[in-house]
Design a protein around this ligand. Structure first.
Ligand code: SF4
Length: 390
């Protein structure tokens, strides 16, 4: 890694030298990265780190989101997605409906289904295991990335199992990866203000640790830009870095900018473009034991996500097809993208696009039965149908 001219001249020279020497940054260093006025210098340092890990490549995944239900027994203050049974816009899908969506999406060439929902008041554990088994029966190579940590605790509760036991049961039924959602900010006072009743930060980490100990891998997140301080963010990153030291089970980190609409948190200054890019860059530099950092285009908007590829991100996430959670919270990005759009965004950013799988590995040719080849005009038409029916 060779420090460039911008960094040699910047006030970040001391930190750049540390990074160049392979030394880990501490929390004071992270605060300096947040407070230095020169955003471009922070971005340069993040790019230096990213290039060392992945060269000039940036990845994307061809995937689909499915929310099995938005009914939830909790009422997290920041959540615009959940509904009670009395609400007339609540929904729940049968296993058959989920399988139909999966079959439709296989024609797009998806390699992953990303499935989450609220904490449903009455669905039994067999619903979840039947869903996983039915999807694996459709295509055994399709990766199932499902459930947030709080859903895992909910499923453990309703089935009277321990959290590690329920993870083992779900793995046996076909679960390939946990999702990273629900981390929010680990600090207790912040959690109380935005997600009262949810699992603690420690419980989130425990669930991911237990999953990693079973041989599983997962992503992790941070919801930022609401009522937390910079110190809370850095403390959050620090705890993720510690767990990664212990298990090496995280495949990537996904910072999520808070979306301010349709919820009850009084946030007068939701994250700006500057804050989002800086948080991505600081995370990339600080999380030295993470291989990948995703710019989640649904939360950032595709244009800012594309710029984030020059601020430490090396992944644009996926085609998604049908996003509800961020859109119900006011994100003005579309509900899905095509593979062609993701590739175009990456190429325009000066990077080499690489299709990845759930574990951020390059997609290789599938064995066994092959799905119909992905076709961009077909992708566009499915996307339009979804947008029309959403
Ligand atoms: S964030 Fe999750 S757990 Fe909280 S209310 Fe929304 S769906 Fe329920």
């Amino acid at each position: 890694m060779v420090m460039d001219f911008i960094l040699q001249k910047s006030e970040l020279r001391n930190l750049a030298e540390k990074v160049e020497a392979g030394q880990r940054l501490n929390t004071e260093d992270a605060l300096q990265l947040y407070r230095t006025p020169d955003l471009n210098a922070v971005g340069r340092l993040a790019t230096m780190v990213s290039e060392q890990k992945v060269g000039n490549q940036a990845s994307y995944i061809v995937n689909r989101y499915i929310n099995y239900s938005n009914y939830c027994i909790l009422s997290c203050q920041f959540c615009s997605f959940s509904r009670k049974k009395r609400n007339d816009d609540g929904f729940e899908l049968s296993v058959e409906e989920i399988v139909t969506k999966a079959k439709e999406s296989l024609k797009l060439g998806i390699t992953e289904l990303h499935i989450v929902g609220g904490l449903h008041p009455t669905l039994p554990i067999s619903y979840y295991t039947d869903m996983l088994k039915a999807l694996k029966a459709v295509d055994s190579e399709l990766k199932l990335k499902c459930f947030t940590a709080v859903e895992i605790y909910h499923l453990a509760r309703i089935s009277k199992k321990t959290m590690p036991e329920i993870l083992a049961i779900l793995k046996e039924a076909g679960l390939d990866s946990l999702t990273g959602g629900g981390a929010e900010i680990f600090e207790k006072s912040v959690r109380k203000a935005i997600a009262k009743g949810k699992e603690t930060g420690q419980e989130y980490l425990d669930a991911h640790r237990a999953w990693h100990q079973l041989g599983g891998r997962s992503t992790c997140t941070m919801l930022f830009g609401h009522v937390e301080t910079l110190e809370d963010r850095i403390n959050h990153l620090s705890q993720l870095r510690d767990l990664q030291d212990e298990t090496s089970g995280f495949t990537g980190f996904i910072p999520l900018p808070y979306q301010p609409e349709n919820n009850s948190i009084p946030v007068t200054h939701p994250p700006t473009g500057n804050d989002i890019l800086r948080t991505i860059a600081v995370s990339r530099i600080f999380l030295d034991n993470f291989d990948h950092l995703t710019a989640y285009w649904v939360g950032l908007g595709m244009k800012l996500a594309q710029v984030a590829l020059s601020y430490g991100a090396d992944d644009l996430h996926g085609t998604i097809v049908e996003e509800h959670i961020f859109n119900m919270a006011g994100a003005d990005s579309s509900k899905g993208s095509t593979e062609a759009s993701l590739k175009k965004a990456i190429i325009e950013a000066g990077r080499i696009p690489v299709q990845r799988n759930t574990f951020y590995e390059p997609v290789r040719e599938r064995t066994g039965k092959s799905p119909e080849a992905p076709n961009d005009s077909f992708s566009e038409s499915v996307l339009k149908n979804n947008l029309a029916s959403a």
